[in-house]
Ligand binder design. Structure first.
Ligand code: NAD
Length: 492
């Protein structure tokens, strides 16, 4: 592990046209808020701190644009597909700019930010493809005596205005996962990006408009959660709230939204099970990559590993060795594996949770160190079952490894959490793997991989505290559209 080096930072090469986008125009609202690079606190620029009155203007503008083309005539599916395909191409053409903004205002290394740009283009391509699935079917009216003499069908209609609330950790692709499906389904979208990462959202909005998305259908209202966020989700003209973030915020959003359709992608404290027949070094490598990518600020990060006692010692040695090879450093340095947390405050919180575990008997094998917003990748054992690093979502570079004696114990420990996003299982015994996959209460099980794997086309989300509904382009489009029945009484 290396220490963070100091180097002079340069200003961003791209600036947004204005601090917000609403009523089909780039605008600067009455108040602004600063955007900083969490690595060194350097000021990157300002965006609008959108007020509730301005949010009202934005929502009303989008609702009006959607209502004027309510049947989809003004922006039919083929035009949506063309715009989303063009947006995917533009995302790739503006890769350098996007990667720079993602990395500078957020917590990703430049390498990780480049990966996110590719994923976002894929999410938009998948969204474009969904426009040919906006189909219904004929209904069997004559199958009931009451329906005789009638002919009917249903079509899929947009829900109307989608409020998208997004977190800081994937500031481009998680925005694309909401905006792409919402637009493909024929909706309008008002986006409230995370406080820390609004510039990426504005760069993305610029791309969507350049690609031909009608300006009135999209608004971006940067601001705080309690200000712009609350005003948006509680707005009466919003038809659906699509939220990604922490569980506690999810509760606040749900109660402010009231009786609206709501989709929630929340957190996880994901488990990986390593059985005694697993390829120990390969499992250790995958676990380390899954635990410490983006400094653990990923809802799919590996947090808890339950490893068969027989191989626990060599597995832990491999994990520690692979962790100590990771280089902590500046995000722009191509040699860096692990950048900062999103703020020094978050790094201090992670440090506090590690300290709490240590005070109650946990052993710190490597890491356990903080410098500003940087927290070194940390491997713990002997963690009490009620320590926060075990029960809550750490959202930082901390991994807990625990030996277990039986498969039943591993499954029980993995399920002993209020979360249920994803899990991983390492074993060469297919039947055992499938049996475990059935018994784990999560949204997805990765066999012979860590919990940290996803393609953008799969249904994504989990039970318990991990969410409500599923994202993943096709499933989001389904949720953001609704069936509408038309029936004809013949001979009337
Ligand atoms: P957060 O919950 O603090 O904030 C998420 C968003 O909600 C931000 O835009 C914030 O401004 C907004 N917000 C806050 N209070 C609000 C309110 N009262 N009304 C409306 N909006 C409000 O989350 P974060 O720290 O940005 O992100 C980390 C969390 O996101 C983690 O828990 C992580 O697991 C979760 N996450 C989940 C997924 C997933 O797909 N399941 C993906 C990424 C991140």
């Amino acid at each position: 592990m290396t220490t963070v080096e100091t180097a002079p930072a340069t200003p961003l090469t791209w600036r947004p046209p204005a601090g917000a986008l609403w009523s089909g125009r780039w605008v600067d609202g009455a108040s602004t808020m600063p955007v900083h690079d969490p690595e060194d606190g350097r000021l990157l620029g300002h965006v609008t701190d959108t007020s509730p009155t301005e949010v009202d203007q934005a929502v009303t503008g989008v609702a009006t644009a959607v209502a004027s083309g309510a049947s989809g005539k003004s922006w039919p599916p083929w035009k949506r597909r063309e715009a989303l395909e063009e947006a995917a191409a533009l995302v790739l053409r503006r890769r350098e700019r996007l990667a720079e903004v993602i990395s500078r205002e957020g917590c990703k290394t430049l390498r990780e930010a480049n990966g996110e740009v590719s994923r976002a283009a894929e999410t938009l391509r998948l969204s474009a493809r969904q426009t040919d699935r906006l189909t219904g079917e004929t209904l069997p009216f004559s199958d009931t005596s009451r329906g005789e003499g009638r002919l009917g069908w249903y079509t899929r209609e947009p829900v109307g205005v989608v409020a998208a609330i997004t977190p800081f950790n994937d500031p481009l692709n998680l925005v694309a996962h909401k905006v792409g499906p919402a637009l493909a389904g024929g909706n309008g979208v008002v986006l409230k990006p995370a406080e820390a990462t609004p510039l990426t959202a504005l760069a993305f909005a610029e791309i969507l408009l350049d690609a031909g998305v009608p300006a009135g259908r999209l608004a971006v209202v940067p601001g705080t959660g309690s200000g712009a966020g609350h005003a948006l989700v509680s707005h009466p003209l919003v038809d659906l709230v699509s939220f990604t973030g922490g569980h506690r915020t999810g509760n606040a959003v749900a109660s402010a939204a009231g009786a609206k359709k709501t989709l929630m992608e929340l957190g996880g404290n994901n488990a990986v099970l390593v059985l005694d027949d697993a390829d120990t070094p390969a499992a250790a490598q995958a676990v380390v990559a899954g635990a410490f990518g983006v400094a653990g600020q990923n809802c799919l990060s590996v947090q808890r590993v339950f490893v068969a006692a027989r191989i626990a010692a060599p597995f832990l040695r491999h994990v520690i060795a692979a962790t100590e090879e990771l280089r902590v450093g500046r995000k722009a340095d191509p040699r860096t594996d692990i950048g900062p947390l999103i703020s020094e405050r978050e790094a201090r919180r992670v440090e506090g949770w590690v300290q709490e575990a240590r005070e109650s008997g946990a052993v710190v094998h490597t890491g356990g160190r903080r410098d500003g917003a940087f927290h070194w990748p940390t491997v713990l054992t002997d963690v009490p079952a009620d320590a926060k690093v075990m029960t809550e979502e750490i959202f930082g570079p901390v991994l807990v490894v625990e030996p277990i004696d039986t498969v039943d114990e591993a499954v029980a420990r993995a399920n002993d959490t209020r979360y249920g996003l994803q899990a991983g299982v390492f074993t060469t015994a297919l039947d055992t793997a499938l049996d475990i996959a059935e018994r784990l209460r999560v949204g997805a099980v990765m066999i012979n991989d860590s919990s940290d794997f996803r393609i953008d086309a799969m249904p994504f989300g989990g039970p318990k505290r991990s969410g409500v509904g599923r994202e993943g382009v096709r499933y989001a489009v389904e949720a953001m559209t609704e069936p509408k029945v038309v029936a004809v009484r013949r001979g009337a």
